[in-house]
Design a binder for this molecule. Structure first.
Ligand SMILES: O=C(O)CCC(=O)C(=O)O
Length: 231
């Protein structure tokens, strides 16, 4: 059972100092409010896609998406990202992160498998997305370091819907030092095949997340982060 954090009294927007947790009583059986904090929400659906649907979707995404190793710039130095990525978006939607350069869609149309996943996710999130950043972790050496999806182009409080297929990997969330959530602890959960994580509210402003390397022998994992680029 993942750790559930409660709100601290450090909510900068709150008019009262009462914690604002979302009561577990409103949580449907298949979903876990893993983090319900005044500074952001993280909702985890451990098996959003069924064990029969997930392997088919994995194979389809592995085959049809144009996976590439893309360099990014960190502290002025160009390095290859430690995973493969691809970006699929509506026409005229562009995105850039960590010096990746401006990216447009890498395919002329959304592949059927991605469209199907996006529609199912939009239904439960209640928002529409116009792009998805896809990550392929080829083994335990592939990872993504601590970061926030806080690009200006996503707006001030973006909702990110993250779907995983293939090998289970650890997902770690921690508050920004010096931020209003700093008293909250680190949260670790395992994202399994077919899982969905929704991050919303001020999550990208006050928290960071990562998928660390692992020395365990793990197979390939595909992660899709649906986003809405607004400018
Ligand atoms: O692979 C994951 O679960 C996280 C991916 C991620 O953080 C990102 O694409 O920004």
């Amino acid at each position: 059972m993942p750790k559930r954090l409660s709100a601290t009294t450090n909510d900068t927007n709150a008019t009262t100092k009462r914690p604002r947790t979302i009561p577990p009583s409103i949580t449907p059986a298949s979903m876990q409010y893993t983090l319900s904090h005044a500074t952001g929400h993280l909702i985890h659906y451990p098996s959003f896609f069924s064990p029969t649907a997930s392997p088919t979707l994995f194979t389809s995404l592995r085959t049809v998406l144009p996976w590439k190793t893309i360099p990014i710039t960190i502290f002025g130095r160009q390095i290859d990202q430690p995973r493969q990525v691809c970006f699929i978006a509506d026409n005229n939607t562009y995105y850039a992160y960590s010096g990746s350069g401006k990216m447009g869609t890498m395919l002329p149309d959304w592949p059927d498998a991605l469209k199907e996943i996006k529609e199912k996710v939009e239904e439960v999130v209640g928002e529409k997305f116009n792009s998805v950043l896809c990550n392929l972790y080829r083994n335990g050496s592939d990872y993504i370091g601590f970061h926030s999806d806080n690009e200006k182009s996503l707006g001030p409080a973006p909702t990110i819907a993250s779907v995983s297929f293939g090998a289970s990997r650890k997902f770690v969330v921690k508050p920004n030092p010096g931020g209003p959530a700093r008293e909250a602890g680190k949260l670790e959960l395992v994202l399994a095949d077919g899982s969905l994580v929704i991050m919303k509210g001020m999550m990208q402003k006050y928290w960071k997340h990562a998928v660390p390397k692992t020395s365990r022998k793990v197979g390939e994992r595909i992660n899709l982060t649906f986003r809405k680029v607004v400018s």
